[in-house]
Structure formats: structure tokens, C-alpha cells
Design a protein around this ligand. Structure first.
Ligand code: SAH
Length: 460
């Protein structure tokens, strides 16, 4: 059984860092059901391909079970199945979780990837294969095989050679394969219990709730066990449709959908992280942290020593906590994190003791008459050395195809500013509270309307 993953990201050999496997070496790993080998058939700066070869031992599979002869003769050693998922989770565990010590930003960056699966059993046929991968943005190519070339009347088999092509972070590709391969195979080699729900939700984070085939995926992933399927679907529905108090969540998704084509959130996070590192800010408080987009990145980067998230919404903090829980962090990593429920328009001693405060896409959620109170809380009482503020540039809204003319990007936005309005505000605040301020644009810059996000970095 062979899985290859190739990239043309430049330099392509960075794939070795992302997978934590050196392109010059061939490595082997012993698994309970056989051997996994990782090697690179190709490792050039222009194109690099990693291969995971799984050598499933058919005798080991049935040993001690009083097996009958036919159990020794199965397709398991030759096809992609739950054995491959286990191998991915063991051999590429760090990459699967979206982390990379040496290249933390690259692990989160969409890169061009092509995965080839030599033989994939697709119970449900080609249409089901496409139903699973195409909504996630993949270009799917496949080749099917006759059951027996000698007897064309028997028709086609359910085995396919599959190629999946997409530009996305490597961890996302691995998560999709981890979940969807056993779903296509519609079988699992081990007993499925409650732990399996947690695995499904963890690896399905960020894509499964919105997937049009989420019920089929869940049912098959949990080996059609009714109770487990019901529980998992209930949890997914809850993630998808939170309690009415937190309309914030669905709004956040709407905003993300508007901005998605340019993956603006990622570019924003990269710009913020770069500004923090440039100022050597190791202790960071994220004010209005929401569901923890920035916290997630900070926590996975050992540069940051103390990380605190603040939000007024209890529900958002709960979701942030759940999302961070799924990162499988070590105790040391966890000890750097704190979540605080508080409002940014009231003084709070707990905001003190940080090198930097970040306020990412938050000010536009404050009522304009309350902005003055927020300014005093942050710039006067808290007074960190560095403050990073981002907010939408309203001039750019005409470029978002999905956004009706004249509408703001989010139902809860009280205002959105032009570049001149934002810079006027920031310059006034800087002068009043003795900070220097510099501006940066984030996202693709348009010569007329500027970039989608505007960022100010204040330093005192
Ligand atoms: N910074 C996050 C979330 C942005 S959404 C990100 O970039 O993903 C804005 C967040 O600000 C929401 O989570 C909202 O609950 C929070 N917020 C709005 N007004 C607030 C206030 N007065 N005090 C604290 N948080 C507030």
C-alpha cells in the first residue's frame, strides 16, 4: 500500500521539515500490524515527493485468532484502509496535528499538494469519492479497475487509484485522509468505542461540521454504531448551531466566508506574529480573543512564553478552550496559557504584566461612544510596550464578491473605517498616550482601495 504526497512549494524540500522526515533518509517504523517505510522518490527544490509505504503483514492480522484459510487471503495488505490512518497518526503525528517546530508558519500555510493513493477501496463508487473530497476543494482524478480482465462481464471493481490535488496546509490534507480513507473503505480493523468520537471531532475540526456528507462520514467512521453516531452528530450540530446567545459564532463564520477566497485570516495572523517577534514580545495578551485563532498559533510557537486570551463572551472562550484542548499540548505548553472573561471597556488589573497586547478585528465590535473607555483601559492603565490593532478597511469591501454593496463584513460590526479614518484615530491615540505608531496593510493590496485589513503597531 503506497501513499505519496508531493509539493511544488518553493523550496519544495521544506516538505521534509513539515513531515519531520529528512528527504535524504529512508526510515522504517514498526507498527502492530506490520512496517511503515518513509522515503522520498524525489527531493528537488522545484518538486519534492514523500512516500509512505505500508507493509501490512497478513499473518500478523489473524495470528492467534484460530483463523481460517480465507482470512489469510484478504485485500487488507494492498489497499488504503484504517491501517493507513493509524500509520499516518503514528508516523506523521506532528504534521497531522498541524504543528512544526522548525517551520511553525509554514505548517499553517496553504501550499500546493498532490496526494496519490495507489489502491483505495471506494464503497459507494466514484461518485461517493467525489462527494467526500470535492466539497473540501480538491481536484479529484481517479482510475478504476475491472474485477477481472478475463471476465469483463463482471464489471468494475470498487478499487480505485486516486489523485487528490489542492492548495492547503499539510495538516489539513493529512486530517482529511485520516478521516476519509476508512470512510471510503467502510471498515475498520479495530473495535470502535467512545474514543472514536473524540478522534473524529479532533481530526474533523474546521471542516466536518460544514461538510455536505457529514452524516454519512460520521456513520461510516463510527462503523455504523447507532449510539456513537447519534452522539457524534449531536456534538457536531452543537458546534454548527450554538446556543442563541452566541450568534457571534455564526457571524464569525459568515465573515470568514466573505473573506475566504484570499485566506485573509491566515495572512492577518502571520502579520501579527511577525510584528510581535520583531518587537521581541514574548508575553502576549490577546484582547477579544474570540475562539482562539491567534492563541492557537501562539501556543504552538515556543517563542511565546506567556499567553492570555480575554473575551467578554463566555461561549467564545469555551469554544477556544475546546479547540485548544484538541491540540494535544504538553503540560509545559499549557502552563503558558490563561483565558479570562472580561470586558475591554473596564479597567482590569489582570491585563497587566505583558510585553504586548493584540486587538485583532475587535475595535469595530465596540460602540463608537465606548471607544474612548477602551482607549484609556488599554493605552493608559494597561500600557504594554507594544499594541497591535487590526480592523477591516471598508474601502476594500467592493472587492468581496459575496458581500452586497454597502454592507459591513459582519452583522455585529458597529463601524468599519477607511484607511484615513483608521490612521486619524490611531495617530490621535498615539499622541494622547505617548506611543509611536506604524501602519501596515494586510492581504492583497489593490492600487485603488488598498488592502482588506489594516494594522497599526503602537510602541511606547
Ligand atoms: N480576535 C479574534 C476574534 C475577533 S471577533 C479573531 O481575530 O479571530 C471580536 C471578538 O471581540 C468577539 O469574540 C467578541 O466577543 C469580542 N468582544 C467584543 N466586544 C468586546 C468587549 N467589550 N470586551 C471584550 N471582548 C469583546
Amino acid at each position: 500500500m503506497l501513499l505519496t504526497i508531493a509539493t511544488t512549494y518553493s523550496p519544495a524540500t521544506e516538505l521534509g521539515f513539515l513531515l519531520h522526515k529528512h528527504p535524504d533518509r529512508c526510515q522504517s517504523f514498526s507498527l502492530t500490524f506490520g512496517q511503515a517505510h518513509v522515503f522520498y522518490p524525489e527531493a528537488q527544490p522545484e518538486r519534492c515527493m514523500a512516500a509512505l509505504l505500508l507493509d501490512v503483514d497478513p499473518v500478523k492480522l489473524v495470528r492467534g485468532k484460530g483463523a481460517r484459510l480465507e482470512q489469510y487471503v484478504s485485500d487488507r495488505p494492498y489497499v488504503a484502509s484504517s491501517f493507513l490512518s493509524v500509520a499516518i497518526a503514528q508516523v506523521f503525528s506532528t504534521a497531522l496535528s498541524g504543528r512544526c517546530k522548525d517551520r511553525p508558519e509554514l505548517a499553517q500555510t496553504p501550499i500546493p499538494l498532490v496526494a496519490n493513493i495507489s489502491v483505495l477501496p471506494c464503497r459507494g463508487g466514484e461518485s461517493f469519492l467525489r462527494l467526500l473530497f470535492e466539497p473540501l476543494g480538491y481536484t479529484v482524478s481517479d482510475q478504476s479497475y475491472p474485477l477481472d480482465e478475463e471476465f469483463p462481464d463482471w464489471g468494475q471493481s470498487q478499487y480505485f487509484t486516486v489523485q487528490l490535488q489542492h492548495t492547503l496546509p499539510l495538516g489539513d490534507l493529512l486530517s482529511h485522509l485520516y478521516v476519509l480513507i476508512p470512510v471510503l473503505d467502510d471498515d475498520k480493523h479495530y473495535w470502535v468505542n467512545d474514543d472514536e468520537i473524540e478522534k473524529l471531532l479532533r481530526h474533523g475540526e474546521g471542516w466536518l461540521t460544514q461538510h455536505p456528507a457529514r452524516s454519512q462520514i460520521t456513520r461510516r467512521y463510527l462503523k455504523r454504531q447507532h449510539r456513537l453516531t447519534r452522539e457524534a452528530l449531536a456534538q457536531l450540530a452543537e458546534e454548527d448551531n450554538p446556543d442563541p446567545d452566541s450568534a457571534e459564532e455564526s457571524h464569525a463564520e459568515e465573515e470568514a466566508a466573505v473573506e475566504k477566497p484570499i485566506s485573509l485570516n491566515q495572512q492577518r495572523m502571520n502579520a501579527v506574529i511577525a510584528a510581535l517577534k520583531q518587537s521581541n514580545a514574548k508575553r502576549v495578551i490577546d484582547l477579544g480573543c474570540g475562539q482562539g485563532n491567534l492563541l492557537k498559533i501562539l501556543l504552538q510557537d515556543s517563542f511565546f512564553e506567556k499567553i492570555t486570551g480575554v473575551d467578554v463572551s463566555h461561549r467564545s472562550l469555551e469554544i477556544a478552550q475546546e479547540r485548544l484542548d484538541r491540540l494535544r499540548l504538553t503540560r509545559n505548553q499549557w502552563e503558558r496559557l490563561q483565558l479570562i472573561q472580561s470586558a475591554l471597556t473596564y479597567q482590569d488589573k489582570r491585563f497587566q504584566g505583558y510585553d504586548a497586547a493584540t486587538v485583532i478585528e475587535v475595535i469595530e465590535h465596540l460602540d463608537l461612544p465606548r471607544l474612548g473607555a477602551f482607549e484609556r483601559v488599554l493605552f493608559e492603565f494597561t500600557h504594554p510596550k507594544i499594541i497591535v490593532v487590526t480592523t477591516p478597511n471598508i474601502e476594500y469591501n467592493v472587492k468581496f464578491e459575496k458581500l452586497p454593496a454597502g454592507k459591513l463584513r459582519h452583522k455585529d460590526h458597529r463601524f468599519e473605517w477607511t484607511r484615513l479614518e483608521f490612521q486619524t484615530w490611531a495617530n490621535q491615540v498615539a499622541e494622547k498616550f505617548a506611543y509611536a505608531v506604524e501602519f501596515q496593510s494586510v492581504g492583497m493590496e489593490d492600487s485603488e482601495v488598498g488592502s482588506p485589513t489594516q494594522m497599526a503597531v503602537f510602541s511606547s
